[in-house]
Write a protein that binds this ligand. Structure first.
Ligand code: SF4
Length: 215
């Protein structure tokens, strides 16, 4: 269990999966710069992140719900949590939370969106003492929901990612850049300087050292 003071943002999991150096620049060195992709994402979330509650039939919808898990050491704000009524057979007023995360663009080739959503589900389970088996991602370009099952593999991956994130932040060390295609989409390109500064220490060796320190 992590103390409240050590909780890290759920969104940092995405930064870590995208690039460990980007994660360290944002969450250790506190550097933030905006580009077209981050601006579009921010505007999308600002629209969704006005706290309010609504009801659509048997579904109660909460917007901008604060989340946290002391076990994962994470905290954040959910875009949308739907509470699905389970019917009288499951108990009067019984509801199942169903997180829905809004994303600009289209599904990514990595698991970062799945892991971020799964972390939200695990926060809800810890906070509410219920099980959250499924949620959904809504991509702006496709304008439709993709269902996500929170299976054991995804939960394990989310736990490992949260552990690694805490290890990186606790180490206070920023890995050297590893220039790649991802850098073209990175808002921190100017601060990072991946071409002139790259190659001092491979990221894989840096991550192994962090994991060894944790064990
Ligand atoms: S420019 Fe490339 S190496 Fe540097 S932080 Fe961004 S993605 Fe990582």
């Amino acid at each position: 269990m992590y103390p409240e003071s050590d909780l890290l943002p759920i969104s940092a999991l995405q930064h870590l999966i995208f690039c460990p150096r980007q994660c360290a620049l944002i969450h250790i060195e506190r550097i933030w710069m905006e580009n077209q992709f981050t601006a579009e994402g921010r505007i999308l979330h600002e629209r969704v992140h006005s706290p309010e509650a609504r009801r659509k039939g048997v579904v109660r919808v909460e917007y901008a719900l604060p989340l946290r898990s002391l076990r994962l050491g994470l905290a954040g704000v959910a875009d949308v949590i739907e509470f699905h009524g389970l019917g009288p057979k499951r108990g009067r007023g019984a509801e199942e939370p169903y997180p829905v995360e809004y994303k600009r663009g289209k599904p990514k080739s990595d698991d970062s969106d799945l892991i971020q959503l799964c972390a939200q589900a695990m926060c809800l389970e810890e906070m509410l003492g219920v099980s959250v088996p499924e949620g959904a991602l809504f991509y702006g370009r496709e304008r439709r929901r993709t269902k996500v099952q929170f299976d054991d593999g995804l939960r394990r991956g989310t736990e490992e990612c949260a552990k690694l994130l805490h290890g990186i932040v606790a180490s206070g060390m920023t890995p050297a850049p590893a220039y790649g295609r991802k850098c073209g989409k990175c808002s921190l390109m100017e601060a990072c300087l991946p071409k002139p500064c790259g190659g001092r220490r491979p990221v894989s060796r840096y991550l192994s050292a962090i994991l060894e320190e944790q064990e």
